[in-house]
Design a protein around this ligand. Sequence first.
Ligand SMILES: [Zn+2]
Ligand SMILES: [Zn+2]
Length: 257
Amino acid sequence: MKEQLYTIPLMDAFRAGDECPFCYIERDVEQNAMDFVLGPQASYMQDHVRAETDKMGFCREHYQKMFAYGETLANALILDTRLQLLLKEMKKEIKNYSNLAKFGMMDKLKKDTDSAKGSNNVSRWICEKEESCYICNHIKRNYERYIATFFYLYKKGDKDFIQLVKNGKGLCLHHLADILDAAPLYLNDKEQKSLRGILFPQMEANLERLLEEVDWLEKKFDYRYKDDDWKNSRDAVQRAMQKIVGGYPADAPYRGK
Ligand SMILES: [Zn+2]
Ligand SMILES: [Zn+2]
């Protein structure tokens, strides 16, 4: 993939004033991938794209989203050649079935399904298939470029960008971990410390803010507060969920732009 920086969309994501700009980006990238896979440009009719979706398949979450997208014929065509490939591979694995793991009596007594995982070639093959997803892969590749762009702008000391970061609502916990994990790859110790000096107090302040909003939402169910203003708490549930694990629980299924 061409190494490029996504300065403008990253700045836009920070300007959106969302609970987490990286959730915002992830959703945008995912929706673009859905449009690419099933949308009007019919890329599923191109041989090289089909070869890739046949090979990689999709995860449970993305099959569900593809179903909700609603392009029945496109989905059927994609599934047709994917199933052909799976059938061919599965026949081979079944023919060569072998259970390599030797379990002790204790494992059998405990019925420890985890330790039995991948003990035979058919299960291992299924595991491999489940870990592979064309859309997840697309998101991951793009997301990494956004992380690189974040650190590029931060390291450069881009005043507008740093101001946007400082004025924002922080990140969700999921994406905070990603940023902290990636920081040593892009920043020296001093730069990392100064970034933590922005992010850590911001995360604390914003989790406290959400806690207050959730508290106020609870109060609104009490008759004594029923005539009081909702303040910002009307959608506090979905925003608190996002803050903790990322994503948009209140989003309607995506059906194309
Ligand atoms: Zn996030
Ligand atoms: Zn996926």
